[in-house]
Design a protein around this ligand. Structure first.
Ligand code: SF4
Ligand code: SF4
Length: 364
């Protein structure tokens, strides 16, 4: 848990070492909206040099909480969590922007920002649980069926948990610490009810949230006796061992695999999705500039609600990167990332496809 917020923001306030990778600084071209800008703003508020008013609150809610700065920081400064801690102080003082409070109310009432009640989880004992979450359930319901098809092919029929429920990232990122912790506890309760020894998740964002965010920001550590893994690397092991096979899809339209938002926060996952997509696509694969260890967010996440215009610019930037690289199609497994990109894809003339759905369609 962050004990010394002042120390982190003091370390960042005059440092330019990750300025060049911050996606919000890229699209806004503003020093205020850069890692050292946020560090200086927060350090100044805490010294009483800047008032905590609508203007400074607006600045603090403009960071994307994407983790790119920390991933490039030689001293591993947890700046995104320090910014989230400042937001927690803002919400405790009831100073959050109205659009942020509206998302809080939806999360509290419905368990997700989409305004529908999550499905009740059937409590069936199972060694393996699959956390579905809210994005897959509401934005791309076909993804869950596709993942179950792929799981059956490797002999696993997981119990579904968290169907339609947030993983807690959004609440945490917007500054609602207790609500974020409640989402983590609900997931742990579900796991205990299912008696699962392992939990699979659909995206790097889920993996980051359960394995790092809740411990760093809420003091809630993932249990040592429950393994936690993303579905994509899990499936790629079976591809490598020859357990699963795919029919190649004919076509020559170049495509790019888009690393999902939060990929930089999870190490060692970059080759697995590329191996899977290469097993299916005959068309040439091209790479974005902002890929792998320097992946930029696509505008999905808390910024979509706190600063939707800047979130849209993050999506334009990703789509522009894809076009510049020569891609005419984009493929990614994260339903939130794909949905945000597809909402803005028309002007870029790009098609999009979910990786899980593609793999299930081509499964032999
Ligand atoms: S996160 Fe690290 S590199 Fe970035 S501003 Fe802070 S101290 Fe500098
Ligand atoms: S979390 Fe992302 S948007 Fe925020 S300062 Fe770091 S790199 Fe920039």
């Amino acid at each position: 848990m962050i004990k010394d917020l002042l120390l982190t923001t003091d370390n960042c306030r005059y440092c330019l070492m990750c300025r060049h990778v911050c996606p919000v600084a890229h699209v806004t071209r503003s020093e205020t909206y850069s890692p050292h800008g946020w560090g200086l703003t927060i350090a100044s508020i805490r010294r009483g040099l800047i008032d905590l008013d609508a203007e400074s609150v607006d600045v603090i809610y403009t960071c994307a909480d994407c983790g790119t700065c920390q991933a490039h920081c030689v001293t591993d400064q947890p700046l995104p969590s320090a910014i989230a801690a400042m937001r927690a102080e803002i919400t405790e003082k009831d100073l959050a922007p109205v659009q942020v409070r509206e998302v809080h109310d939806k999360l509290q009432k419905w368990g997700n920002p989409y305004g529908e009640r999550p499905a009740e989880n059937p409590v069936e004992k199972n060694d393996v649980a699959l956390f579905v979450g809210d994005h897959a359930h509401y934005l791309s319901p076909g993804v869950v069926d596709a993942v179950l098809t792929l799981m059956r092919a490797v002999g696993v029929e997981p119990a579904l948990i968290g169907v339609g429920r947030s993983n807690g990232y959004l609440a945490s990122s917007l500054g609602y610490r207790d609500l974020a912790a409640a989402f983590m506890r609900q997931t742990l309760d579900d796991l205990a009810a299912v008696n699962a020894e392992s939990m699979l998740v659909l995206t790097p964002g889920d993996l980051y949230t359960f394995s790092q965010l809740h411990e760093e920001r809420n003091g809630l550590k993932w249990p040592d006796d429950v393994s936690l893994q993303e579905v994509v690397p899990y499936l790629s092991q079976y591809l490598d061992s020859g357990t699963i096979h795919f029919d190649s899809l004919n076509g020559s339209t170049p495509y790019a695999y888009v690393d999902p938002t939060h990929s930089v926060r999870v190490t060692g996952r970059f080759d697995a999705p590329r191996r899977l997509v290469d097993a299916v696509m005959k068309a040439p694969r091209v790479e974005l500039f902002w890929r792998r260890e320097r992946t930029h967010p696509s505008g999905d996440g808390a910024l979509q609600y706190s600063q939707p215009q800047i979130a849209s610019h993050l999506a334009y930037s990703r789509l522009g990167d894809a076009v510049k690289s020569g891609a005419r199609q984009i493929i990614t497994e994260d339903p939130a990332t794909l949905s945000q990109l597809m909402n803005h894809s028309k002007r870029f003339k790009l098609e999009g496809k979910n990786l899980y759905v593609l793999l299930a369609e081509q499964l032999l």
